[in-house]
Design a protein around this ligand. Structure first.
Ligand code: TXA
Ligand code: MG
Length: 337
């Protein structure tokens, strides 16, 4: 299959492919999504095929109009409207009990459906042009870092999908915050740009942080969010998070420097490091870390890096999302030096 590269104003072309049951990678403010008609199980099944995604990992349904929540969910708790008011369109995904119209292919057989309204204007235009809600996981090959540019998508998906719409680099850089309201108490399943504190302010209630956010899931443990249990976001390189001061980090890495070793460091630290370096923003800039993380992990593969040592960022605010992704990329390998 020839994968078309469309510009962000070629909305009608993208909509037509989606209406015909095809797959189109679309820009969103978080990461690129691999979209199909969410109401058609056969179209949605093609997403799993193209990504090599495990069948038990459900997809997020993307909408452009708030009214669509009512057709996708069996019941809409009033607080959803408060959350929508505060955060939609934007990087928050809400899980609710699903209605009859949502096919099993989207929810992987669960009784719940994940819904979000993206803020990237091209994403909402494409949803409207398709005339249906769009199921869209991140547009990477399963297990790889999520794509934050159209070039990342092409790298993983060229020849496997109908088209990619180039909407420029994603502003947020990590996937949406996922919360479930289908449990007795609201629960955070995946951290993102919208922080737990911001959500609690709207809920007027505690948001429980699921153990899987920063913890490693045990073998056979049932995942609240199936996506949390897989090795994820990983470049081919072995990723190791190294906690300590810049001096101790530099000493540790420099003792291991080599052709195929690289360090992911904060801006301005390059001079202290004897091996290849990749930057991910100033030390205290959690937004920059989020925006650059996946691009940095992908750069490792492009440069043939076998071992990547990562300066450990803070886990406050959006840093929680950065640490959540990094821990998975590193398969929870964290060293203190
Ligand atoms: O920002 C994003 O959310 C991006 C863009 C494209 O919108 N999408 C995205 O999709 O990250 P994906 O499939 O890579 O991640 C969806 C996450 C997975 O961890 C999945 O297990 C979880 O949401 N999820 C989806 N539906 C669920 C459900 N009904 N119950 C629990 N978890 C669910
Ligand atoms: Mg993903």
């Amino acid at each position: 299959m020839q994968t078309l590269l469309l510009k962000s104003n070629q909305i009608d072309e993208a909509g037509a492919i989606l209406r015909k049951g095809g797959l189109v990678a679309i820009p969103t403010e978080t990461v690129y999504g691999l979209a199909a008609n969410a109401l058609d199980g056969i179209s949605v099944a093609k997403i799993f095929e193209a990504k090599g995604r495990p069948q038990d990992n459900p997809l997020i349904v993307h909408i452009a109009d708030l009214g669509d929540v009512e057709t996708l969910a069996a019941y809409v708790p009033p607080v959803v409207y408060d959350l929508a008011d505060a955060f939609w369109p934007g990087p928050l995904t809400i899980i609710l009990d699903k209605s009859e119209i949502v096919p099993d292919e989207v929810t992987a057989g669960l009784d719940t459906v994940a819904i979000r309204m993206p803020s990237h204007p091209a994403a909402r235009k494409i949803i409207r042009a398709a005339g249906v809600p769009l199921a869209a996981p991140s547009a990477n090959a399963s297990g790889k870092p999520s794509p934050t540019t159209a070039a990342h998508v092409m790298k993983d998906m060229d020849g496997k999908i109908d088209a990619v719409v180039d909407g420029g680099p994603c502003e947020v850089g990590v996937e949406s915050t996922v919360i479930t309201l289908a449990t007795r108490q609201p629960r955070l399943l995946r951290p993102g740009r919208i922080t737990p504190e911001e959500i609690e302010e709207v809920l007027g209630d505690e948001l429980i942080i699921d153990d899987a956010v920063l913890g490693k899931m045990k073998e056979n443990e049932k995942a609240a969010s199936p996506g949390m249990k897989y090795k994820h976001y990983s470049p081919s390189a072995e990723v190791i998070i190294v906690k300590g001061t810049l001096e101790s980090f530099a000493k540790f890495v420099n003792g291991r420097a080599g052709e195929d070793v690289a360090a992911l460091v904060f801006d301005g630290e390059e001079d202290k490091i004897d091996c290849k370096t990749i930057n991910f923003g100033e030390e205290n800039d959690d937004l920059a870390h989020a925006q650059k993380l996946f691009d940095a992990l992908r750069a490792c593969d492009d440069e043939g890096v076998r071992t990547l040592y990562v300066r450990c960022p803070g886990d406050e605010g959006v840093g929680l999302a950065v640490m959540n992704r990094l821990l998975r990329a590193a398969e929870f390998k964290v060293l203190e030096v």
